[in-house]
Design a protein around this ligand. Structure first.
Ligand code: ADP
Length: 735
């Protein structure tokens, strides 16, 4: 396991395993089959990618999502893990090249689409390889009880049987119902698998239910405040998607849309624009689903209440896969209940209605409960949370205010009565609001005593009150296509017997700082630097043709904007920075951070990890103002003055003269800048030919003894040479 831990740091740049990861990895390494049931974002991939690197042969990953394979493979190649994929998107020549490479054992991980498994050629290929493990991603696809049944997943067991040597089989899913779990074990023929189910709680997600007066205004207000963040807005119907999309586009927002009514090309383009951060907002129906691997989705808003909590948790769970705090907001209106009932009637056979309605009632309760939302969800999924309040959902963070709406209810009910119970909620609302439309005039409704009696409210509020009375059973909605409002007998209790009607609303509650919350701690990061790094990330991603979150996650950028890593060593301490990423992007990020730190006179306090090793060159080149442990203390840094003069083409001697400082001091400045990853090329001032003997000397004697060592090296080795090569040696070692 020590090796696994090292690989986690080296490739992925993470300090420690997430819950469950280490157990699964160690069972796989012991040669056991495994089934990992972990929620989205829990980190299932690491559970098979690390063993894949440690097992002798190759690992085949069966994944249902062709659209994701390229990103997954790009992501692995970025961190230095040799991987490839085989699916129908490869051209003939790409395919042949890939097969050739596979036979040369170039890769440790090969992603394949399940459809491949039907072909003998593929089985023959597998039999020519040393397959250590077969991993089945999204393993619930094997079960017809899961939501994404894929018949070709049924072939997997057969393929494994036909292999010369049975590999380890590991399967992963986020779906945990018992029936699906049993199907996975039976249909994939897992052999006595180690099964691990981690909790469903996602601490970094903040759940909210809002009942805004105007959903559109709520959205605009929200995206205005979070304009740089990526987020998805889910709507129940294509029409709502189109309307909201147009509305936001007209207001100048950077927005994409996605639904089943669009052409495949248009959908692909939308998804790509969103993945590559070209657009920030995705307005979509639930057709925008499984193929989303984007880790930096900071919010998921449901414009309408979905049909059940399973769909809700799955869709909302697409936020915050990178582990960073993210919001999941459900905008509830009572009209959504009606739409969902309508959809149930339209789409399912009668026999299923009861189940569908029960599930709908559960999500309606979720929207109306005043208890902890997180607890509600976890209990719904049969977990037993250990807390009563998470202090990180809209219910825990608000207080319930009860309002008496008896008078408003009377106005609405009598208006429906006066309109002879023959019209829908739209027209009733218009009459109460006092709309001047021709339709109202033509019916003579402007003469009713209820005309305009609720003109002080918005139409959305009036509608919401009407739907409240529907859900409470005082009003019935009759008819399918154009439902009309009819009074229930119980309405008479309000109209004539003064029955009181109460509605509960939430108001924000201030939680004292010392109260424990079930949330991930928020970093106090420098937002300006974060924005600079975010656009740098985007630029790099565009150049390399990969999505920005593959370059670095939001979490990595936020850590950089908190700890200001200004040298290679500190950069490696940032979560998500492994050696490969450091090699590829380390310098440019370090340089950018350095520049920011200098320009803003930021005093860099210390390292993220306190007990890391001392700066290796500090002994030999430190100037007096610098303490041994501090990284770049760049405030009014004398080194930067020397650096700028050097970059302007002045020689070390000239700088020394101009600045009135010893040559050795200037050398120290420049080597330090080199160490910090700034763009300084000292090769013309050093003796390149001494690299070998200095490296040998370091190998034999370590860094500490270098200064006395000068006496033992040839006399023309300068201090500059020694200091420079110490840094170079150190950088090589870290890479
Ligand atoms: P899942 O497949 O379970 O939805 P992923 O494998 O995509 O989740 O992982 C979600 C995110 O969490 C990725 O950005 C991944 O790199 C990150 N991650 C995984 N393991 C760790 C870890 N031990 N420490 C920090 N981040 C991790």
């Amino acid at each position: 396991m020590e090796n696994a831990q090292n690989l986690l740091k080296k490739y992925f740049g993470y300090e420690s395993f997430r819950p469950g990861q280490d157990q699964i990895i160690s069972h796989i390494l012991d040669g056991e089959d495994c089934l990992g049931i972990m929620p989205t974002g829990a980190g299932k991939s690491v559970c098979y990618q690390i063993p894949a690197m440690l097992l002798p042969g190759v690992t085949i990953v069966i994944s249902p999502l062709i659209s994701l394979m390229k990103d997954q493979v790009d992501g692995l190649n970025e961190i230095g893990i040799p991987a490839t994929y085989i699916n129908s998107t490869l051209t003939d020549s790409e395919y042949s090249q890939t097969i050739e490479n596979i036979l040369y054992n170039v890769y440790k991980i090969i992603y394949v689409a399940p459809e491949r498994l039907n072909s003998d050629t593929f089985i023959n290929l597998l039999n020519r390889l040393d397959v250590s493990m077969i991993t089945i991603d999204e393993a619930h696809c094997v079960s017809q009880w899961g939501h994404d049944f894929r018949p070709s997943y049924r072939e997997i067991a057969n393929v494994i049987l036909n292999l010369k040597k049975r590999p380890i089989v590991s399967a992963f899913t986020a779906t945990a119902t018992q029936i699906v779990k049993d199907d996975i074990i039976n249909l994939l023929h897992l052999s006595n698998p180690f099964t691990l189910t981690t909790g469903f709680d996602r601490k970094n997600l903040n759940f909210c239910v809002e009942i805004p007066e105007s959903k559109k205004d709520f959205i605009i207000d929200f995206i205005e405040k979070n304009s740089k963040d990526s987020g998805i807005i889910y709507c129940l119907t294509r029409k709502t998607v189109d309307n909201l999309y147009e509305g936001l586009l007209n207001l100048g927002y950077n927005v994409s849309k996605y639904h089943g009514g669009m052409s495949e090309n248009a959908r692909t383009k939308s998804q790509e624009d969103f993945t590559y951060d070209r657009t920030q907002i995705m307005v979509a129906t639930n057709a925008f689903g499984m193929g989303i691997d984007k880790s930096n989705i900071r919010y998921v808003i449901h414009y309408n209440m979905p049909k059940d909590l399973e769909s809700y948790y799955q869709e909302a769970g697409r936020a915050g896969r990178d582990g960073d705090n993210s919001k999941c907001i459900l905008l509830f209106s009572r009209a959504d209940i009606v739409t969902n009932k309508f959809l149930i009637e339209q789409t399912t056979s009668d026999s299923n209605h009861k189940i569908e309605y029960d599930k709908l009632n559960d999500i309606i309760d979720y929207c109306n409960t005043d208890k902890c939302l997180r607890k509600y969800i976890l209990e719904y999924f049969d977990e037993t949370p250990t807390f009563d309040d998470c202090n990180n959902c809209s219910n825990c963070l608000s207080e319930i205010e009860t309002t008496d709406i008896t008078l408003d209810s009377k106005k609405i009910l009598s208006c429906i009565k006066r309109m002879n119970e023959r019209f829908g909620s739209g027209l009733v609302t218009d009459v109460l609001k006092g709309s001047k439309s021709a339709k109202i005039k033509s019916f003579g409704f402007d003469n009713l005593s209820t005309y305009g009696i609720m003109s002080e409210y918005t139409k959305d509020t009036i509608k919401d009150l009407i739907y409240f009375l529907i859900t409470e059973g005082y009003i019935k909605c009759v008819g399918d296509k154009y439902p009309i409002l009819v009074l229930d007998n119980s309405a008479n209790d309000i109209l004539f017997k003064d029955k009181q009607v109460l509605i509960k609303r939430k108001i924000e509650k201030i939680i004292p700082k010392n109260v424990a919350t079930n949330s991930k701690e928020e970093l106090d990061y420098d937002n300006n630097l974060f924005e600079i790094l975010r656009s740098l990330r985007k630029e790099i991603a565009e150049i390399n043709g990969i999505p920005p979150f593959i370059v670095f996650t939001d979490v990595s950028l936020k850590e950089m904007s908190t700890y200001f890593p200004t040298n290679v060593e500190n950069m490696l301490e940032i979560s998500g920075v492994g050696v490969n990423k450091l090699e590829k992007y380390g310098n440019i990020f370090i340089e950018t951070i350095n520049k920011y730190v200098v320009e803003n006179n930021i005093e860099v306090q210390g390292r993220k990890v306190k007990n890391s090793k001392d700066s290796l060159v500090s002994d030999s080149i430190s100037d007096d103002t610098e303490s041994k442990n501090a990284p770049a203390k760049v405030k009014e840094d004398t080194r930067v003055v020397s650096y700028n003069l050097y970059k302007d083409g002045n020689s070390i001697d000239e700088i020394s003269k101009v600045r009135g400082l010893k040559r050795q001091t200037i050398e120290g400045h420049l080597v330090k800048c080199y160490e910090l990853g700034m763009d300084v090329d000292l090769e013309k001032d050093i003796h390149v030919e001494f690299e070998g003997i200095i490296f040998d000397a370091i190998d034999n004697l370590g860094f500490d003894k270098l200064r006395p060592l000068k006496d033992f090296l040839p006399s023309d080795v300068s201090y500059l040479d020694i200091n420079y090569f110490v840094v170079k040696y150190k950088k090589n070692r870290l890479l």
